[in-house]
Design a protein around this ligand. Structure first.
Ligand code: 5CA
Ligand code: ZN
Length: 413
């Protein structure tokens, strides 16, 4: 699928040195550096295209956009792959509820998502891949798992034996009881009759009456959710021979830690024998009025609605970045108002001829981002610079600071 249009990212002057980026890894529950490399492979779970783009989605994609920007600023290439779950039960259920064709629903929501990403200055992925277009790769991945003896049938459906991966559960660090509980809440089928282990994951769902299906050697059907992301990541990320893991970062919101990311990682490990990712990185959940923002609860604030109201996309970006990406938080209008005010002050200050020194501020922003994307600290550095400018300090370069904020934080003035 075609991604959204590319962005110009101003280069950072070579005199600014960038430390290795440290990110929190869910598997080890520690903040650890990414080894310095010339090319990084990042897979981020994309939307299921209905009710897009709410601020929870936006927050997650902004977090990985910061990773992308930082790594590029080190001079590295970033192969960034994102999927679109454009066939799945929730999409079919929503289309049926609203009396519309599921493909039309997916198409309209993907278009909306892309325009929101453009407005929010999110760098487009190098490969933006729909589940439907990846069906041949999914079929190959299932065949590879069959060859390893990790697949079995329950009637016409195919299941992955999670216990074939001796590391199963290591990336999410949950007890068996917690796994069972979350699996049932997040689209799993622990009670399905005929499964060897209640946690075994659906790989291929045989076609049901009045549902779409695609031909395969396993019969007509459609992909399970976890193998979709596993297959897309393994096919579009050019796994390097010398690397011990398949990719550098597997990312998404923390609601995907289990079962989705654990399952995709286990399947990938069974296919090629390597640990899936070096870092399992998860953004916190955004809520509204006390509850996680979600389609099922209906408590959504859509980026497109805020834009229609005339709110500034850069202020939406800044408001989300004013919280640390890993912290769950409730969206409030006052965060947006505060971001609008800061943006306004920054615009006015950056248009002055004389401003406070900017090198130290840029260095502070870099250091804050290198430490697990500490955007609140980066924003504090901007406020400090404003204060120093108001106090009459001089010697800075407004153009250079403005460009660095664009390069690293994705905020263009
Ligand atoms: N298509 C799957 C991933 S393969 C999916 O989870 N789609 S989604 O539309 O539900 O979510 C898209 C991305 O936004 C995922 O990375 C998810 O973790 C993240 N996300 C969903 N809800 C929130 C929320 N309330 N706050 C933060 N991130 C969220
Ligand atoms: Zn995914």
């Amino acid at each position: 699928m075609k991604a959204w249009s590319d962005l110009y990212i101003p280069p950072l002057d070579a005199r600014f040195s960038l430390a290795d980026l440290s990110l929190h890894d869910t598997a080890t529950n520690s903040v650890k550096p990414l080894a310095r490399k010339s090319i990084y492979r990042i897979y981020v779970c994309g939307i299921t295209p209905y009710d897009a783009t709410h601020l929870g989605h936006a927050n997650t994609y902004l977090a990985f956009d910061l990773v992308n920007r930082y790594l590029r600023a080190t001079g590295a290439q970033v192969n960034f792959v994102e999927n679109i779950t454009d066939i799945d039960d929730p999409l079919l259920e929503r289309a049926a509820r609203d009396g519309i064709d599921w493909e039309d629903l997916a198409h309209s929501q993907i278009e909306l998502f892309k325009s929101d990403m453009v407005a929010l200055h999110v760098i487009p992925p190098a490969h933006y891949i729909g589940a439907v277009e990846a069906i041949p790769q999914v079929i190959d991945a299932i065949k590879a798992l069959q060859e390893k003896g990790t697949v079995y049938n329950v009637e016409q459906d195919l299941y992955f034996e999670v216990r074939s991966d001796s590391d199963f559960g290591r990336r999410s660090n949950l007890s068996q009881i917690e796994m069972l509980d979350i699996f049932a809440q997040r689209g799993g089928d622990p009670l399905k009759h005929g499964k060897k282990d209640p946690l075994d994951a659906l790989l291929w769902l045989a076609q049901r009456p009045n549902e779409p299906g695609w031909n395969s050697e396993f019969g007509a059907g459609r992909p399970g959710w976890h193998i979709e992301c596993c297959a897309i990541a393994l096919n579009y990320l050019d796994i390097a021979d010398g690397d011990s893991t398949s990719i550098d970062i597997q990312g998404g919101g923390s609601d995907l830690i289990f079962p989705h990311h654990e399952m995709s990682a286990a399947q990938s490990k069974m296919i090629n024998g390597r640990e899936f990712a070096t870092h399992y990185v998860h953004a916190g959940m955004i809520g509204l009025d006390g509850d996680k923002m979600s389609k099922s609860k209906g408590n959504l604030v859509l980026v497109s609605n805020l834009l229609k109201e005339g709110r500034d996309a850069m202020a939406i970006r800044l408001a989300l970045l004013s919280h640390h990406y890993r912290n769950d938080h409730m969206w409030t209008n006052s965060d947006l108002v505060e971001a609008e005010q800061l943006l306004n002050e920054m615009r006015i200050a950056l248009s002055r001829m004389e401003v406070a020194p900017t090198d130290s501020t840029i260095t502070e922003i870099i250091a804050a981002l290198a430490d697990d994307l500490d955007t609140p600290k980066a924003i504090k550095a901007l406020r400090g610079w404003l204060e120093a400018t108001y106090a009459g300090q001089v010697g800075g370069s407004p153009g250079e600071l403005s460009r660095a904020i664009d390069t690293l934080l994705g905020i263009a003035f």
